[in-house]
Design a protein around this ligand. Structure first.
Ligand code: 6PG
Length: 237
């Protein structure tokens, strides 16, 4: 059952709502449990959200940032999701370095880097070497116009991996590796927010909402968000 969708007039309204909702959830979670662990999305839609969060007064020392996916490039590369969040948010707030958990990218050995990040996730969440579930307080996800989410791209190997939390994933269309959470790592989150804006996403969103089709070709079909953040250009009702 899809959570209800109330489309925003435009991407700017969507981004403001996500920033406001993030602050509310973070404060509520920290008041209840003293900690807020969030998996961040890359892409252009969330960038403005991170910039808006940089203007807010949050207990940053109680917030831990992780990345749901990353590109196989150095952290100072223009395509790096870590670099994007660093510039949009992290460099503007006083957050302890120990609260920021970038993927330890190893361009020459992405398998090793993905395994190292999985080990870090397990350590941070107090999980054993096998099994267990990441009880994220929040996972932010975007969706590409090809219906990929995180770096779970159509017809790629990571879609079928159920016994890992974080893996390297070769993406033929880029002829490059990406890093991504697996579906099990996403699905165990307390909150999953899907951020989808722009007319280019319309066809993919329509298929996702129909619930029909093959996950291998439409990876976002498997995501069950707790909240949809969609703008009118992307939503056809
Ligand atoms: C990435 C993202 C990716 C993104 C979608 C949508 O690393 O690029 O994690 O999954 O969310 O491609 O990106 P936009 O928000 O830029 O449309």
């Amino acid at each position: 059952m899809n959570a209800s969708i109330e489309p925003h007039d435009d991407v700017a309204a969507l981004q403001r709502d996500v920033a406001d909702s993030f602050c509310d959830l973070a404060r509520e979670t920290i008041a209840a449990r003293g900690l807020f662990r969030v998996s961040l999305s890359g892409g252009s839609t969330p960038r403005r959200i991170y910039e808006l969060l940089a203007e807010r007064d949050l207990p940053w020392d109680k917030i831990h940032f992780f990345w749901g996916d990353e590109r196989n490039v150095p952290h100072d590369h223009e395509d790096s999701n870590y670099r994007m969040v660093r510039q949009a948010l992290l460099d503007k707030i006083g957050i302890p370095a120990d609260n920021v958990h970038p993927v330890p990218v190893d361009v020459a050995a992405p398998d090793r880097a993905a395994s190292a990040y999985e080990a870090l996730l397990r350590q941070q969440f107090g999980l054993p070497d096998q099994g267990g579930a990441l009880d994220w307080d929040l996972v932010l996800l975007g969706m590409g116009d090809d219906a990929h989410t995180a770096s779970l791209f159509p017809e790629t190997k990571a879609l079928a991996i159920e016994d890992r939390l974080f893996v390297e994933n070769f993406v033929p269309k880029f002829d490059a590796y990406r890093y991504t959470m697996t579906y099990p790592a996403i699905e165990s989150a307390k909150q999953i927010w899907f951020l989808i804006a722009g007319a280019a996403k319309r066809d993919a969103l329509r298929q996702v909402l129909s619930g029909e089709g093959d996950v291998a070709e439409c990876p976002s079909l498997r995501v069950r968000p707790t909240r949809w953040f969609v703008d009118k250009p992307a939503f056809t009702g």
